[in-house]
Design a protein around this ligand. Structure first.
Ligand code: PSU
Ligand code: MN
Length: 302
């Protein structure tokens, strides 16, 4: 049974030690609206190719975990109604011959299995507000505790509990390193109010840390926090206004449990007149570009 398959392009890049960056499919299937999502998926790959980096977009298609998609595969993650797949869903999809869009957790797991060391996403999953009662914490965190991959993100959305997310990453011994910042970013904004212990200025320094991490026998992931450029960030007062309206509506309409985040995210795009989506696309592009530079620095070490 072929359960995991690398595209020819990704297989040869990994075998030759050339730079490769993994890309997730849940952000395409569930995180961005159609038809912008297909354009974004194609653009993310293009940003990497322009740097001489091989993109490896990951998804489960017809029971095969695919590392590197062809054009039809990319179209499917954007257009088809794919289930959101985290790590625990992978064996079920494979055994049934089914398809799914992989979360950060599932993408990181599969990428690491394929020998890929760098991964770009938009925002990480984390600890949800109210998690002390609901126990709702993304498997992104527990997976990064056991998966040796460097994930570039713009932090986590302010709809999550950022303080608790950072505490959990500390407990799980996952390093969080600011790139050009000493503050953990909050997705649409450069700031969150939470200071990071470590900050570097260059992709080469991240590659140095990855090498030291390996030399020490560490098997965790590394989170690189890459804030959106100041001129691209959402205006703070608009961000605060939209989020407070969205939270108030969720409360009034008694939205509960797993329905809360999709409700909030949908309302945030509507209430901002699409501005939050433009910021989302910009920060994702930036993360892909930075991941490409880290993968290039990493490949240059050998
Ligand atoms: N955060 C975002 N956009 C996203 C996601 C998170 O800003 O699209 C997606 C990612 O795929 C992430 C997943 O891995 O949501 C986390 O979902 P959960 O909380 O159900 O683990
Ligand atoms: Mn959850």
């Amino acid at each position: 049974m072929t359960s995991l398959m690398l595209s020819d392009e990704v297989a040869s890049a990994v075998a030759d030690g050339r730079p490769v960056v993994a890309l997730e499919s849940t952000i395409i299937s569930h995180g961005l609206p159609r038809p912008r999502n297909l354009a974004a998926a194609i653009e993310f790959e293009e940003i990497l190719r322009e740097q001489g980096v091989t993109p490896a977009t990951i998804a489960v298609l017809d029971g095969v975990a695919r590392i590197g998609l062809d054009a039809e595969g990319v179209r499917r993650i954007a257009d088809d109604e794919l289930a959101k797949a985290s790590v625990r869903d992978l064996p079920i999809l494979v055994a049934r011959g089914a398809s799914g869009a992989t979360t950060v957790a599932a993408t990181a797991h599969l990428a690491a299995r394929a020998g890929i060391r760098v991964f770009a996403t938009g925002g990480l999953g984390g600890v949800h507000r109210g998690a002390s009662e609901t126990f709702d914490e993304s498997a992104d965190l527990s997976t990064l505790a056991v998966t040796p991959i460097t994930v570039v993100s713009a932090g986590v959305k302010s709809v999550l509990d950022i303080a608790a997310t950072l505490e959990r990453l500390e407990t799980l011994s996952v390093p969080v390193i600011g790139l050009g910042t000493t503050e953990f970013p909050s997705f649409w904004l450069r700031e969150s109010g939470f200071t990071l212990d470590w900050s570097v200025d260059s992709p080469e320094q991240i590659a140095d840390i990855m090498a030291a991490h390996d030399a020490l026998g560490h098997g965790q992931g590394i989170v690189v926090a890459n804030p959106i450029a100041a001129e691209q960030a959402w205006q703070r007062d608009e961000h605060d206004r939209v989020l407070s309206v969205a939270f108030a509506e969720a409360e009034q309409q008694q939205i509960r449990g797993k329905a809360v985040t999709p409700f909030l995210l949908g309302r945030i795009v509507e209430l901002s007149g699409g501005r939050s989506l433009e910021v989302n696309l910009d920060l994702a592009r930036n993360n892909v570009a930075v991941a490409g530079r880290i993968a290039t620095a990493w490949a240059a070490r050998d």
